[in-house]
Design a protein around this ligand. Structure first.
Ligand SMILES: [Mg+2]
Length: 209
């Protein structure tokens, strides 16, 4: 059984910072089709705060790291996405109380707890053209992979694939949440920027393990 520890989680998040920076122009381009075109900029601001939180972290406490990442994202001006990401990472922190490292089941449980946290902020479901279209299938895929005895690396690879497929599928959907909702059918044909960001985060997590 492989374990994912503090340094692995740290590396996963630092990889996501780089991934968002590399793709911020594309994220803003996607947002400009159905929104105000600032998604890349706000995501960079959110993930600048992730990097600062990691660099400022004292000791090696997994729960504190995840909690602080979530809290500081909420405090950064991350547009409508900031509070959602904050609730995701703070939700993750709740499941790792007292743990130094995570086995496969605990790793999947951490992401499920994050999803539950985000669900308290957003009523969106799969099919609504939001971040949930990437996050929900990713968490399902992680649990399925853990159930089949796959390693943490394989679990994250499955999650990244499911998130990418989920983000891709938003292209054909009509937005039901956020400002894009007002555009109705005109949102069809454009990939959702939030789902794309979520997919990039999982891609970075998978590549770093
Ligand atoms: Mg925007």
């Amino acid at each position: 059984m492989a374990e994912v520890g503090y340094l692995d989680i740290r590396r996963m998040f630092l990889a996501s910072v780089e991934k968002i920076r590399e793709n911020h122009q594309e994220l803003s381009r996607l947002d400009s089709a159905t929104g105000d075109g600032d998604h890349g900029t706000t995501m960079v601001r959110s993930f600048d705060s992730v990097e600062k939180t990691i660099n400022d972290a004292q000791g090696e406490d997994l729960k504190s790291l995840l909690y602080d990442i979530g809290w500081n994202i909420m405090c950064a001006d991350g547009g409508s996405t900031g509070p959602l990401l904050g609730s995701l990472f703070m939700g993750m922190s709740e499941s790792v109380e007292g743990k130094d490292s995570l086995d496969e089941a605990s790793l999947a449980a951490m992401f499920r707890a994050g999803l539950n946290g985000m669900s308290e902020q957003s009523k969106a479901n799969v099919g609504d053209k939001t971040m949930m279209d990437a996050l929900m299938p990713a968490v399902d895929a992680m649990e399925a992979a853990a159930g089949k005895g796959k390693s943490p690396g394989e679990m994250l690879a499955d999650a990244a694939k499911a998130a990418a497929d989920g983000a891709e599928a938003t292209t054909d959907m009509q937005a039901k949440f956020g400002r894009a909702r007002n555009l109705g059918e005109r949102t069809i044909g454009h990939k959702d920027p939030g789902a794309t960001s979520m997919s990039l985060i999982f891609q970075a997590f998978a590549e770093s393990i």
